[in-house]
Design a protein around this ligand. Structure first.
Ligand SMILES: [Mn+2]
Length: 328
């Protein structure tokens, strides 16, 4: 008898009560702006009485994980579908960056700071796209425009995202709105020194607590240059001094091994230090004359002391092109 009553009661529930909250999520390969954006936008929609839940198309990266732990927020749930009950997108508007089952029918809103993509909707939606340095700056403004309070933990997460996407307000994309958002969010989150928070985020992202092989391959590409295989890794550092002699010895040993055993003619590791805006290179080559020629061009010392080159070096722009002349 009891089961029968329960079944009747369930049938009587209005359909809306059975619907799950709408998902709010950012782009594929989520970065900090995309995950903080999903969390912040979901909080903003919920503060207006909507029912949403933040989600992400992948696990948070080390920088994002650092911020989630620091401000005591749970990881958003990982999804590979837009779900059944409508969805909001943040930090993108290109369907190539959405789950495969993206459909205009489910799209309810967009908050973004990129060029307008190809996403479209079946019904009118909320859409806010601004040319700011971070999607989270827009979310800060949306809260403010409606006079809605931003929770302390949410403010911390949004702050971290604006710092991340604007490289501590130094990127070319940074605008006054980003600077204003950082000042206001830091006050709400109780963060006295946003630059110190940025350094901690950077250290989490650029953690050197890994094996020499993983560090060499963290951001690594192989090129065929005039028939010779060349491997070039890039490693971001907060400061050059983070890369100590002990680590240098271990990584050069790994590079030596790669030249001897992996069929590579040349292996390079490019170190970019963010605070000093400097680059240094480590170099190994099978042929000593080739090593000498490349070393002379990039001013790499024979003893592996880290030669400081002016400014940050891009693999594509500064490192690869001269190799076509040097490697014959
Ligand atoms: Mn972004």
């Amino acid at each position: 008898m009891k089961t029968k009553h329960l079944a009747l009661a369930l049938l009587a529930l209005p359909l809306a009560a059975l619907a799950s909250p709408a998902l709010v999520f950012g782009h594929k390969s989520p970065d900090t702006d995309t995950i903080a954006g999903a969390i912040g936008a979901s909080a903003y929609y919920n503060a207006r009485g909507l029912e949403t839940v933040p989600a992400a198309q992948g696990a948070p990266n080390p920088e994002t994980r650092y911020l989630l732990r620091r401000f005591g927020l749970p990881d958003p749930k990982v999804i590979d579908s837009v779900g059944q009950d409508g969805f909001y997108i943040v930090d993108f508007s290109d369907t190539a960056l959405a789950p495969r089952d993206f459909s205009p029918k489910g799209l309810r809103g967009i908050i973004d700071h990129h060029k307008l993509g190809d996403a479209t909707s079946a019904a009118p939606i909320e859409c806010v796209i601004m040319p700011y340095g971070s999607a989270c700056t827009i979310i800060y403004e949306l809260f403010t425009q409606r006079g809605l309070e931003i929770r302390k933990d949410i403010a911390g997460m949004l702050l971290g995202a604006v710092l991340s996407d604007t490289l501590n307000l130094t990127s070319e994309t940074t605008v006054d709105a980003d600077r204003a958002a950082v000042a206001a969010l830091a006050r709400i989150a109780g963060v006295e020194d946003p630059s110190a928070l940025f350094s901690e985020m950077f250290r989490a992202k650029a953690s050197l607590d890994d094996t020499p092989a993983n560090l060499l391959h963290r951001d690594y590409k192989e090129f065929d240059i005039n028939g010779h295989q060349v491997g070039i890794g890039q490693l971001d550092l907060l400061e050059m001094k983070d890369f100590g002699d002990d680590l240098k010895a271990k990584i050069t040993a790994e590079m030596e091994r790669a030249v001897k055993e992996d069929g590579l003619e040349v292996v390079m590791l490019s170190l970019n230090s963010f605070n000093e805006k400097q680059n240094a290179l480590l170099l190994r080559a099978r042929d000593p004359r080739l090593r000498a020629a490349i070393a002379a061009h990039f001013k790499v010392q024979d003893d592996d002391s880290l030669t400081r080159l002016e400014g940050l070096a891009s693999r594509k722009k500064h490192l690869v092109p001269p190799l076509y002349d040097l490697i014959k």
